[in-house]
Structure formats: C-alpha cells, structure tokens
Design a protein around this ligand. Structure first.
Ligand SMILES: O=C(O)CCC(=O)C(=O)O
Ligand SMILES: [Fe+2]
Length: 372
C-alpha cells in the first residue's frame, strides 16, 4: 500500500456518517467483489482490469527460476530471551534480511492464533457486507481511512483486482466509529476483535523495530522512547477469485510509506517482493507474519535498510485476505536518519512525506535526499 496523501489530521477526525443502518445509499459504485460475482468463469475480464503480460509475469512461471529457489528469510523468535547471544543472532538475521530483501517472515512471535483468526474472520465479514453498507465508510478523497480501491490507484491507468479497508489503530483507534458506519452485526465483537489484534501488532512492531534498529549505533533508550510514540493502522486487502488472473493485478508494485509493515497473508499466497530484476514469491508459512521495511525505516536507517518493492497477484480459485498493520511515525513529529556521521536525507514529518508521495509516488524518498 502506498499510505496516504494530504492532511492526515483531517483524515483522522472522520465521524460516523449520520445515516441509519436500514437506509439505502443512493450511490452505487461497483467494486471487484460484486464484479467477480457477476463474471462467470470463462467470461472475459473487463478491459479496464487487464494489465500487460510484462506487468503481471511471475518469476516462478519461468522454470529456470525454480532450480535455484531463493526464499525470503524466515526468522524464529522462539528463543529470543534465551540468552544475549541468541538475541544478537536474531538481530543480525533481521538486519541482514532488511539489507538484502527489505523483508522477512517471523514465526513463534507470540501472537496467539485465536487473535489472528478472530481479526481475519471479522475482516472477511466486512468484505461480505452488501456494497451499500461498505460504502457508508467510503474513504473521502485525500484521506487515509475508509473503504475503497487502493489509494495508489491514481498512479495507474488500469484497475486492480482488490478492495481495501483502512482503520486507525492505537493510540487513536476509531474502530467504534467504523463499526457504526458499517452497521456491523455486533459492534462489541467487532471492536474487541480489532482491539486485540491492534494491541498484539503494536507489541510486535515495537519489538521488531527495536531489534532492527539495535546496533545502528544509536542510543537504544532514545530510539525506544521515539518509536513508542509511533502510530498504528489496520489495513485489510481483499482479492476475490479472478476469472483471468494472468491478466489481472491484485496490487501493483509499490513500497510502503510506513516505518514497518506487518502482514498476515493467511494460507493463500500472492505477495511477491522484487529482488534485483526478479519477482520472488513470499510463500505462506503457517502462523507467520511477513515483515517489510517501509520508506520511513529506510530513511531512519540512512539507507542501511531499504524498503521492499512488492506487489500482490491474484488467482482463479481462492479468495485472499491480507491483514496488514502499518507502524508509522506520528504525523507531525520530525523523523531523521539516526545518528549517521553523514546523513543522506533531511529530516521530515510523515505528513510531509505523504504529501510528496501522493505527487511523486516511487520517487518520494529521493525528494528528501540532501545534496552531496
Ligand atoms: O496483499 C498483499 O499481499 C500485499 C498488501 C500490501 O502490500 C499493502 O497493503 O500495502
Ligand atoms: Fe504494501
């Protein structure tokens, strides 16, 4: 996802639409959910959803790629607290993955399966709502939160085969307002399920960001204080089965604007990360979270780590849900490269970054490079 455009604070102050749950909205915007139901197997994908084969080609389709399979590292957190040595090893595994891939998976992370399953079920229930209900939470233009097509859609002249939903996590979660807007079956269950998930993700994000930044020769106490104020966002992507997956794009290639992204992709794969000139699938590992370096971590690390270029492909048989947690700086706090003798970037606020990203998209980080 490309997070956001313009003024985050105005996006944060969304209030529930003052309409009752029984009333029908007059407006009806078709989305891939309803489109996929209308399309029978074998029927052609509408032109607007058709991408060129060079854009959708998967490296795995090439048998030469399979001989020497390269995989994104899977890091086991089970014995993190066993000893200082083990902790250092894990830090080094993470830092090496962030340098080489901008991504890795973690297992034995301590987040209970039930918390993940409940949040996934609640998310699927949301996407299954009638379109008129989902549209009650439609994201207002220029803001971050709500329901709709991905925000980076404006940079592409083709439509993507996905729909998404974004809510604010702690410290300013707006789950209750969204439960009301969406007329969910049980507001209490909805809020509980996302509160638990948000709490677990925040804990994991703090732990992993700490481990990654450990060793950047910065004062750990200072880093910890700093990232403790970071914000969370819960973002759900839904990809219905697609009648012609080789021509379609779930989510086009992008980097995340966050500091760190934690994603649960479930058992249906589709996520790919670019390494050199090849797309490599991040295959689902049971119980794992995919961790990705976002643009802000690239800046904070002064280019020691790089944000991962990634995309999501779709398939013909299975629907797919990716449950994403973006860990971001607060909108107006100054973010700088951490303690380098020669900073490559000037300091910025996340708000400022989002505005530039909304204009330049992939060129946004370069915009903040200091002259040599
Ligand atoms: O669904 C996926 O695999 C990718 C999601 C993603 O990259 C995003 O939401 O930013
Ligand atoms: Fe992303």
């Amino acid at each position: 996802m490309m997070l956001g455009t313009t003024r985050l604070p105005s996006g944060l102050s969304q209030s529930p639409t003052p309409s009752s749950c029984g009333a029908q909205l007059l407006r009806s915007v078709s989305n891939v959910g309803s489109l996929s139901k209308m399309l029978e197997r074998g029927q052609q994908l509408p032109e607007a959803y058709r991408w060129s084969s060079s854009e959708t080609a998967a490296a795995e389709d090439d048998p030469a790629e399979l001989e020497d399979e390269v995989v994104v590292p899977v890091i086991n957190l089970a014995e993190l607290d066993r000893s200082d040595e083990r902790r250092k090893e894990i830090c080094e595994e993470m830092r090496s993955a962030c340098r080489e891939w901008g991504a890795f998976q973690v297992v034995n992370h301590g987040v209970p399966d039930q918390v993940v399953e409940r949040a996934r079920r609640t998310s699927l229930d949301l996407f299954a709502l009638p379109e008129s209900d989902k549209l009650r939470a439609e994201r207002p233009p220029g803001t971050l939160f709500g329901y709709g097509a991905t925000r980076m859609a404006s940079f592409f002249n083709r439509l993507m085969w996905s729909e998404a939903f974004t809510m604010m996590g702690s410290p300013h979660n707006n789950f209750e307002a969204y439960a009301r807007k969406l007329c969910v079956h049980s507001e209490q269950d909805f809020c509980k399920s996302f509160e638990e998930y948000d709490k677990a993700m925040r804990g994991l994000a703090l732990l992993i960001t700490d481990l990654i930044l450990h060793g950047l020769e910065a004062s750990e106490e200072r880093i910890h204080q700093h990232i403790r104020n970071f914000w969370g966002m819960i973002h759900m992507n839904f990809y219905p089965p697609c009648p012609s997956p080789s021509e379609a794009m779930g989510l086009a290639s992008h980097t995340d604007s966050s500091c760190l992204t934690i994603m649960h992709q479930g058992s249906v794969g589709g996520l790919q990360v670019k390494r050199g000139d090849k797309w490599i699938a991040i295959k689902p590992v049971p119980g794992a979270f995919v961790i990705q370096v976002g643009d802000m971590l690239q800046l904070m690390s002064n280019n020691v780590f790089h944000s991962a270029l990634h995309r999501a492909l779709v398939n013909e048989r299975f629907e797919r849900l990716s449950l994403v947690y973006f860990f971001t700086p607060p909108p107006t706090v100054s973010i700088c490269p951490i303690h380098p003798s020669k900073p490559l970037y000037r300091c910025l606020t996340w708000n400022e970054y989002l505005q530039v990203k909304a204009k330049l998209f992939m060129g946004a980080l370069d915009h903040f490079l200091l002259p040599e």
